[in-house]
Design a protein around this ligand. Sequence first.
Ligand code: NAP
Length: 306
Amino acid sequence: MSKILVTGAGGLFGVNFCLNSYQHHQIIGITRRAIKALPFATEQADLLEKGVLPKLVEKLRPDVIIHAAANANLDDCEKDPKHTFTLNAELPARIAEVTSQRGIQLIHISTDAVFHDNTDRVFTEQDTPNPNNLYGQSKLSGEEYVLQIDPYAIVARVNFFGWSISGKKSLAEFFFNHLANNKPCFGFPDVFFCPLYVEDLGEVLIKMIDKQLAGLYHVVGSDTLSKYQFGQQIAQVFGYDINLISPKSVELSTLVSPRSNNLRLSNAKLSTALGQSIPGIGQGLDRFYTQFKHGYPQKIRTYQQS
Ligand SMILES: NC(=O)c1ccc[n+]([C@@H]2O[C@H](COP(=O)([O-])OP(=O)(O)OC[C@H]3O[C@@H](n4cnc5c(N)ncnc54)[C@H](OP(=O)(O)O)[C@@H]3O)[C@@H](O)[C@H]2O)c1
């Protein structure tokens, strides 16, 4: 059983990964703010505080670090570029220094937002990234540092959805919250992406660790759809009124940060390396709905930040 230290353990990815994995692996979640009643081991730490990271690693001696802590809010990133680069680029570099010195397997979580264009091309790991916002630029710097410093690290460019502690973190929850309350909302018909269900993502990452992969991988779902179509599919799976969702161009949105129209990423390198296909949206939404039926959204919200 490997000892896996997960940063950002109260976030959308981290809490789902830890909840899904703690019975099979020795999980220690790092949370910045205290979170009540989590069933897996946690340590509370601000990873930007000087000396905190090496002390934690010395004390906990993990086999693997999954680094998911970040500022993942694109509009917030634009408001404070210095902090964004410190958190999303310099912190991964510091973690990579520790993992390379100590022989710890690092999985650094990056993003599809390192790409942007208006075409329907599908980006591979060979393509040159060209982020059009501070979030993407800071995450790209983070990946570059990690790949330079720790040649054994995995850099996983992801896009995922699931249930969160706040109930408001993921795009799927945005659509669900509107639909369930019979409220109209908009979806972008001109932004295309390849979302992977967060539990599928966690299971794929574990397989990548087991296979001892290294380097850059696109860890995204096997289906491409627009954000508007994603909302429509959620309405269908949950049996809500599909007409509550209207198409509205991203160009007309009030979002602060520029967005990419094209986040189509190929996962062919990954599926070849694992010798299996990566789940698509149908399986992901089925699992998202099954969790809902089993009361998971209510359960996860009991782990409130104190
Ligand atoms: N959500 C997506 O679809 C998506 C898409 C592409 C890539 N990603 C990447 O996936 C990763 C996880 O994203 P997410 O959606 O799970 O983000 P999230 O919900 O915002 O979680 C990020 C976590 O990082 C923690 N954190 C921030 N600053 C910290 C610090 N100084 N020390 C310790 N922890 C700190 C936050 O803790 P507090 O809450 O206490 O501040 C938060 O729980 C990120 O690297 C993100 O860039 C996400």
